[in-house]
Design a binder for this molecule. Structure first.
Ligand code: CA
Length: 224
């Protein structure tokens, strides 16, 4: 298997690297979460060993970002602290297993094999922007505690917005999310559906979270 090791401590990183290579596995090492996200996007890994304590983005933030980008590579989190809070935080962002330092390489390998056998499981966490929440797994949407019924197109649009809060999404980018290439009435369909969406997620709540950016597209405000 091919493993990505994300660990800034040189000694631990080289120990893992040596272990994998001795075992006949391919392994790459990176020191930061930022690099790990980039590497996971360009190379297929069967598993990622991710330390929690990293410079810059920590392990949980790194994992959350990977899952947000739709990368479901099995991840084993290394934590120095055997705290319940760490485990819960990791589970919430989509970790597959944990190992508390210090550990034996044999145990790490056994756990890694187990999660690799299970394969890539899609387990997106709930997306949240302000008091708007969207669960891609159950296809539910809430504003605060009120559940909102959306059609599949409206849901797809909102999901696109909520995966990139604060970013301006062009009409073409939004079309890609919810309409197939053959759709030919592309001129104002997005404007129409954005309006439907506002009727459901904004206007009844006195909110104004989807803004029109003239000549560019639409943006879901991060802090409406
Ligand atoms: Ca570390």
């Amino acid at each position: 298997m091919r493993v990505l090791v994300v660990e800034d401590e040189l000694k631990m990183a080289s120990l893992l690297l040596r272990g994998f290579r001795t075992n006949g596995d391919a392994a790459d090492v990176t020191r930061t979460g930022e690099d790990a996200i980039w590497m996971a996007a360009s190379t297929h890994y069967d598993a990622i060993v991710l330390d929690v304590m990293l410079p810059g983005m920590d392990g949980f933030e790194t994992l959350a970002e990977l899952r947000k980008q739709g990368r479901w590579t099995p991840v084993l989190v290394l934590t120095a602290r055997d705290s319940v809070e760490d485990r819960i935080a990791g589970l919430d962002v989509g970790a597959d297993d944990y190992l508390t330092k210090p550990f034996s390489f044999a145990e790490l390998l056994a756990r890694l094999r187990a999660i690799v056998r299970r394969g890539e499981l899609e387990r997106p966490s709930v997306l949240q922007v302000g008091d708007l929440r969207l669960d891609p797994a159950t296809r539910q949407v809430w504003r605060g505690t009120t559940e909102i019924e959306l059609t599949s197109k409206e849901f797809a649009l909102l999901e696109a917005f909520m995966r990139r809060p604060g970013a301006v999404l062009s009409r073409d980018q939004l079309l890609e999310q919810a309409w197939d290439m053959g759709y030919d009435n592309r001129s104002n369909v997005i404007a129409v559906y954005v309006n439907y969406l506002r009727d459901k997620i904004d206007r009844p709540f006195g909110a104004n979270s989807i803004t029109t950016v003239r000549g560019a597209g639409y943006r879901l405000r991060k802090d409406p």
